[in-house]
Design a protein around this ligand. Structure first.
Ligand code: ATP
Length: 238
């Protein structure tokens, strides 16, 4: 089976520094895959490369069987790669509703706006209640829901989430993760970046660990949570 997303020996960097030196991973249709790693390991850089926000120096990115390595970001959205970025980056002076509409700017998604809005408001009733509120006045958890909702408005086949749990209280993280699992059950593929390894491995089917610019460990969530390297580095066990 051809994976939905495939990164092959990617090299990505900024200026003179090479952050990803040889990164390969894949996401199959319908899977939830997590990307783990310490601060500065290159997780966000990976999501930027997938979304077309930074060009790899070498290597290949394939999506739905096609080479998209040089495809501009907006065309990747049209093909079904939608990102909920690090730090949420909602538009603070726009309402919740307006932020969601921005997610469906591409023509294909615009046609499905009404249906998608209903879906997002169904998944996140809090957003429906606050639809007229300025996004900047929402709580951290609500802004995270909004960032995910905005990505869903683009009609993704692959949803890329950069640290959805960052800065949220444990109870909110559990609720948010349950919703992410619900989204996946509806047939979407999800690649998400996390530092909260314990929570991530609860909902992911598989995971990858980035260290030193490449994949240092990979496997099913069950295998990764048992791996000595992951236990020592991320789960505080010796
Ligand atoms: P964190 O969990 O702390 O967000 P991360 O794994 O997502 O970390 P990245 O944000 O991808 O890591 O950063 C990887 C490395 O690239 C870091 O050393 C960072 O300082 C550097 N870096 C990130 N963005 C830029 C940039 N725009 N210009 C220069 N260096 C950058």
């Amino acid at each position: 089976m051809t994976p939905l997303l495939e990164l092959k020996t990617l090299q990505v960097g900024y200026g003179e520094s090479l952050v990803l030196q040889d990164l390969s991973l894949s996401v199959n249709e319908g899977e939830i895959v997590c990307l783990l790693g310490a601060n500065g390991a290159g997780k966000t850089t990976t999501t930027r490369a997938i979304s077309g926000l930074i060009a790899p120096r070498s290597g290949e990115i394939r999506f739905a069987g096609k080479d998209i390595t040089t495809l501009p970001g907006h065309e990747r959205v049209t093909r079904g790669i939608c990102l909920s970025p690090e730090g949420r980056q909602v538009f603070p002076n726009f309402t919740v509703h307006e932020n969601l509409l921005i997610g469906s700017y591409n023509p294909a998604a615009r046609q499905r706006r009404v249906e998608k809005l209903e879906e997002v408001y169904g998944l996140f009733p809090r957003l429906a209640e606050r639809r007229k509120q300025k996004a900047g006045l929402m709580s951290g958890g609500e802004q995270q829901m909004l960032a995910i909702g905005r990505a869903l408005m683009g009609c993704p086949r692959l949803l890329v989430l950069d640290e959805p749990s960052l800065g949220l209280a444990p109870k909110i993280i559990i609720d948010l993760y349950e919703t992410i699992a619900t989204i996946a059950r509806q047939g979407l593929s999800i690649l998400f970046v996390e530092q909260n390894v314990q929570a991530a491995l609860l909902i992911a089917d598989r995971g990858y660990v980035i260290a030193n610019g490449h994949i240092a460990a990979a496997g099913s969530s069950a295998d990764l949570s048992k791996a000595e390297f992951v236990q020592e580095a991320f789960l505080g066990k010796k």
